[in-house]
Design a protein around this ligand. Structure first.
Ligand SMILES: [Zn+2]
Ligand SMILES: [Zn+2]
Length: 245
């Protein structure tokens, strides 16, 4: 949803083996440039599901990389990972006006992944996705690098204990918390459920993301404290940077 401090989903990861963007909302395309991120050399993109606040920026980004001076000499491939149906979705965007998005100055690889099948999203970054109760294709993701640093990104999800299992002892758990309380839909989380998952997973650090505008009226620190969380719980905002060692 349009919001002045929190644009829609997009998380940039810098790793020893390259850069990875988790989800690509429409606002992400310009936010990457505003944060001085090297978008022209981005190595991989993860699309968690096909709602437009997670994938709506992808056609615009590919339209940009197709023509931008910064990408004309690029040779290394850009890999786009996501659930079954990703290739079809991109082709449909493309066919809407013959944009030719799949023809880039560099190779473009679209890779559809199966839940619970291990793959490498970047070199030596072991990855596994998990089905979540949000849309038929929606996936959470678990990333582990060579040093055993781990990140779990829930993306959008309803409540499922399995997500807590996936996030067990993670160095960083990026967890959606769309609603504060009395959520009107089953396909997102509210604070009490997020806190249950945090207690269950015992991650080292949590960032709550996908906070809907109703959070503007809530004292985040105060409400989180009431649950006595077992680790630091951070409120997401645009431009926030975290280091994982
Ligand atoms: Zn969604
Ligand atoms: Zn969403």
């Amino acid at each position: 949803m349009p919001h002045p401090q929190r644009s829609s989903s997009g998380f940039w990861l810098e790793t020893a083996s390259g850069s990875l963007l988790l989800d690509c909302s429409a606002s992400v395309v310009h936010r990457m440039a505003q944060e001085s991120l090297d978008w022209a050399n981005l190595d991989a993109i993860w699309i968690s599901h096909f709602h437009l606040d997670h994938v709506g920026g992808l056609p615009a980004f590919l339209f940009g990389t197709k023509y931008a001076p910064a990408t004309q000499k690029r040779e290394k491939p850009l890999k786009i990972f996501g659930a079954k149906g990703l290739q079809n979705l991109i082709e449909k965007f493309d066919a809407a006006n013959e944009y030719n998005l799949l023809k880039q100055p560099f190779p473009l690889d679209i890779i559809e992944v199966e839940p619970l099948e291990k793959f490498e999203i970047l070199d030596k970054i072991e990855t596994v996705a998990l089905d979540t109760p949000h849309t038929p294709e929606s996936l959470a993701i678990h990333l582990r690098d060579e040093t055993d640093a781990t990140i779990v990104y829930s993306a959008d999800t309803g409540f499922t204990k399995t997500l807590g299992t996936l996030a067990r002892s993670a160095d960083l758990f990026v967890l959606e918390c769309s609603f504060f309380k009395n959520k009107p839909v089953e396909t997102h989380l509210e604070l009490a459920e997020a806190m249950y998952l945090i207690r269950y997973a015992k991650p080292k650090r949590v960032i709550l993301v996908h906070l809907y505008p109703e959070w503007d009226a809530v004292d985040f620190e105060k409400e989180v404290k009431k649950f006595s969380p077992p680790c630091e719980v951070i409120e997401a905002r645009d431009g926030l940077q975290l280091e994982i060692i």
